[in-house]
Design a protein around this ligand. Structure first.
Ligand code: FES
Ligand code: FES
Length: 166
């Protein structure tokens, strides 16, 4: 059947079985490269996207469950950031994406999508998270390369930059 969902600010229609995981629609039908297949069991976070600003695991979300919620993938994060911060135009990268680069936080990069989506979710709620809040919020996003200290530094750096910008 034809199902229409809102992805990165645009209505997108796909022909799909209602039980198809959102992840498959995003990557196969819409050819978005941000969300990644990892465990397929909602346990690693590599497939995460935002639905109305709230992180969900797209590997375990049937396309028919998306409804009217606005989906944001990694590709749409800068535009969402501009919208949230009322900026005149979207930056090339969300501050957390830039911080990951500046802090050289990634090794293989496989977890990058989920770490960024989850971190951006936190930073949309507070630009002064404590270390404990960050740890708690990011819990459940696995990095098999173990770059957790640098991921922590990246989130703190992005928070400091956003906080300074007001
Ligand atoms: S692939 Fe979705 S949580 Fe692991
Ligand atoms: S950088 Fe390799 S899984 Fe996180």
């Amino acid at each position: 059947m034809t199902i229409t969902i809102k992805v990165n600010g645009a209505a997108r229609s796909v022909d799909a079985d209602p039980d198809t995981p959102l992840l498959y629609v995003l990557t196969n039908d819409l050819e978005l490269k941000g969300p990644r297949f990892g465990c397929g069991l909602a346990q690693c976070g590599s497939c995460s996207v935002l639905a109305d600003g709230v992180e969900i695991r797209s590997c375990q979300t049937p396309i028919s469950d998306v409804g009217q919620r606005a989906i944001t993938t990694l590709e749409g994060l800068p535009a969402l950031y501009a919208q949230q911060r009322k900026l005149p135009k979207a930056p090339d990268l969300h501050p957390l994406q830039q911080a990951f680069i500046d802090e050289q936080a990634l090794h293989c990069g496989y977890c990058y999508n989920g770490q960024t989506i989850k971190g951006a979710e936190l930073l949309s709620r507070t630009t002064s998270p404590t270390e404990a809040q960050i740890r708690d919020h990011m819990n459940g996003h696995l990095c098999r390369c173990g770059t957790y200290p640098r991921i922590m530094k990246s989130i703190q750096a992005a928070a400091a930059k956003m906080s300074k910008e007001g």
